[in-house]
Ligand binder design. Structure first.
Ligand SMILES: N[C@@H]1[C@@H](O)[C@H](O)[C@@H](COP(=O)(O)O)O[C@@H]1O
Length: 251
């Protein structure tokens, strides 16, 4: 894993977006198309903004998969991840070759099966992900399932995860945060050829430390990223602030 520290969230996003753009360009050059996974949340704001600034990308050759979505949330709800991706990405790059939203209002088992078939047919070139305050990867809260081969799972959201969503201002109160979601599985994320993980903010400093300074374990879901052959983790000064000086960080 390559760990990069940048001064601000904007610097972090610029570097992560550039690496993502290069990976997309490389896939298009070698295979004629690129398959990507996008995450949502505040940690992706600057990375997606930077990715969109790379006008050289031919988005008609790009297929997008969606990392996670709440169950039962309408696409017009401010916290809907489909709304987030539609407004912040899909509408801005249209037309994509294709995009595959997770519809959390459909029968969840059928939806996981539908998407699972699609992603198995479309190996991922680059996945953009974040890490939650509780160390989650996508919506795989601890202890995460490191074993299942199912590409998408129906998951319960823990209290820490739901509190983070409320504190970030996406919901009017904690009770309004759904208790279940569909998440891409850990093993499916790990199948991506490249993973670019953007993690700004002091709120994430504890999760970053536990993900990097423990052996990979379901108790620290994002710790699995240590085992990926091509993963770049982008931090800012705040999210890197608790790291042990012995942790190898590229400034
Ligand atoms: N489910 C989303 C993920 O798509 C995101 O990568 C991660 C970090 O979240 P945030 O960017 O809001 O800090 O967890 C969120 O809850």
């Amino acid at each position: 894993m390559n760990i990069y520290k940048r001064k601000t969230p904007a610097d972090l996003g610029k570097a992560a977006g550039k690496e993502a753009a290069d990976a997309i360009q490389s896939a298009i050059k070698h295979r004629g198309e690129a398959n990507i996974i996008l995450a949502t949340g505040t940690s992706q704001f600057e990375t997606i903004k930077s990715l969109l600034a790379h006008k050289e990308i031919d988005w008609k050759k790009v297929t997008m998969f969606h990392l996670d979505e709440y169950l039962g949330l309408d696409i017009t709800h401010p916290a809907s991840f489909r709304k987030y991706l539609k407004e912040r990405f899909v509408d801005k790059v249209a037309p994509l070759k294709s995009f595959h939203f997770i519809d959390g209002e459909k029968d969840p088992i059928k939806e996981t099966e539908r998407l699972g078939k699609l992603i198995r047919e479309n190996p991922i070139d680059v996945a953009l992900v974040g890490i939650g305050e509780n160390g989650h990867l996508a919506f795989n809260d601890p202890p995460a399932d490191f074993e299942t081969e199912d590409p998408y799972l129906v998951v319960d959201l823990d209290e820490a995860c739901r509190k983070q969503q409320f504190n970030e201002g996406w919901f009017p109160d904690l009770n309004a945060v759904p208790t279940r979601a569909i998440s891409m599985s850990i093993r499916q994320i790990m199948k991506s050829k490249k993973i670019i993980c953007s993690v700004p903010d002091s709120r994430k400093a504890e999760a970053v430390k536990s993900s990097l300074e423990n052996e990979p374990s379901p108790e620290f879901p994002a710790s699995i990223l240590q085992q990926h052959p091509d993963c770049s983790l982008y931090l800012d000064e705040a999210s890197a602030s608790l790291l042990d000086p012995s942790t190898a960080v590229n400034d």
